[in-house]
Design a protein around this ligand. Structure first.
Ligand SMILES: C[S@@+](CC[C@H](N)C(=O)[O-])C[C@H]1O[C@@H](n2cnc3c(N)ncnc32)[C@H](O)[C@@H]1O
Length: 409
């Protein structure tokens, strides 16, 4: 019998070890790109998929291990614990796990794509439909500045907390745990008290927003479980505080320099940004009408004092009746987004669009094909694509397309 050499041994020298769980084709492709294009020092500092390089552990691997997920999830159910432990190096590190937002990016992959785009410290990246601000968190972890724009005030709250929590004073955060009963009493109203929204003069607002997001997370939890909000809030809040504190320990030990972030509540169709200042974009629009983000987040939006149906009027993917009208409006909105992206990005900068197609829902129309046409109309040059399979039996969407364009004005 012929001897067998696994694919990873053929691709990389034995002293370049991949991080656990790097086993899908798209991940191996991105890891190979990192190996072929980053020098040894950058591989250690920035790589998403390597555990060690010539025997030296990478920053990503060390930071994930310093987070002590066992401690963070000591009070979680076995299922929740297993979910977070599975995502130790891919989805659940740093502040990504603070609110598990539906349809969020795969953070480890975003790190690799930032490397591929050759984005460096001093550059600014933009996500004009930022959701839970995964791009901002990943960019900031690499010391890169970011702008996140989303039309949903709830998403903007998530983005502010997740980016703020990357670099804060752990002692001030402890005050929140100490005062958790009082905080719960204040938050446990039909609508968020103005105190949490407006009181920013003493600089305490970002810390209180951590508690506010934990409250909204617990609110969702309480709807799905038999436990009440007063029982769940302290559990979720303590998970948030421990997650943040553990990351702060990792940040200090490994001297991780965090980039700056701006979170803007605005529409991607009309960005309040200057021309030609953005060095790179990674974004993913709502996948046509696959998820109704307003219905999904209705209780949280109402609690925050917003009228969900007003918000729907400007949401991409939620306009029109019947499939053909819906698609027409969807593409005409994305056309405007590309026009804005062509305006705000630098010449030759890269823009990455990530989109999945569910052709049963769109009656055969392929979103990725149409998106390429819209981008090219605004003078973006299509460079190449990477396919990422979507797992899960219930998903009728089988893969996502990572479409890479260059601003070719
Ligand atoms: C697929 S999700 C993005 C998820 C994000 N990549 C993440 O990692 O969390 C699409 C986002 O587009 C936002 N959106 C919809 N219409 C918008 C508009 N007109 N302007 C800006 N954002 C919009 C939705 O609120 C939603 O958060």
């Amino acid at each position: 019998m012929q001897s067998f050499k696994p694919i990873t041994k053929k691709l990389f020298p034995t002293d370049y070890q991949l991080i656990d769980g790097t086993d899908e084709i798209f991940e191996l492709n991105l890891a190979l790109w990192e190996y072929e294009n980053l020098n040894k020092e950058d591989l250690i500092k920035r790589s998403a998929y390597f555990k060690s390089v010539e025997g030296k552990p990478t920053i990503h691997y060390q930071a994930c291990n310093l987070q002590n997920l066992e401690e963070i999830h000591r009070n979680s159910s076995l299922r929740t614990k297993a979910f977070f432990l599975n995502g130790k190096y891919s989805t659940g590190y740093a502040t990504h796990s603070l609110f598990p937002y539906r349809g969020k990016f795969h953070p480890q992959m975003i790190r690799a794509l930032l490397n591929m785009m050759d984005i460096k410290r001093g550059d600014i990246v933009l996500d004009p439909m930022s959701g839970s601000a995964t791009l901002s968190v990943e960019a900031n972890l690499l010391g890169i500045d970011s702008i996140a724009v989303d039309i949903s005030p709830f998403c903007c709250l998530m983005g502010r907390v997740k980016t703020f929590a990357l670099n804060l004073d752990s002692k001030k955060l402890n005050q929140i745990t100490k005062n958790q009963e009082k905080i719960f009493e204040r938050l446990n109203k039909p609508k968020v008290p103005d105190y949490f929204i407006k009181n920013s003069k003493d600089g305490s607002k970002p810390y209180y927003e951590v508690a506010l997001l934990a409250y909204l997370d617990a609110m969702g939890f309480a709807r799905r479980s038999s436990k009440s909000l007063d029982v769940l809030f302290p559990v979720v809040l303590n998970r948030y505080v421990t997650t943040i504190q553990n990351f702060q320990t990792a940040r200090e030990k490994l001297d991780i320099q965090i980039g700056k972030s701006k979170i803007i509540e605005d529409s991607a169709l009309n960005l309040s940004l200057e021309d030609g200042k953005i060095d790179g974009v990674i974004t993913s629009p709502p996948y046509s009408f696959a998820i109704d983000y307003v219905d999904n987040d209705k209780p949280q939006l109402e609690y925050l004092g917003h009228e969900p149906y007003k918000l729907k009027e400007n949401m991409i993917g939620l306009q029109g009746r019947g499939i053909s009208e819906k698609l027409e409006l969807y593409f005409s909105m994305l056309d405007k987004v590309f026009k804005e992206l062509a305006r705000v990005t630098k010449k030759e900068s890269k823009t990455i669009f990530i989109v999945g197609t569910n052709d049963i829902q769109t009656k055969g129309v392929r979103l990725e094909t149409k998106i390429k046409e819209l981008a090219e109309k605004q003078k973006f040059k299509f460079l190449f694509e990477i396919l990422k399979p979507i797992k899960g039996l219930q998903n009728t969407m089988k893969e996502e397309y990572i479409l890479i364009f260059e601003n070719n004005k």
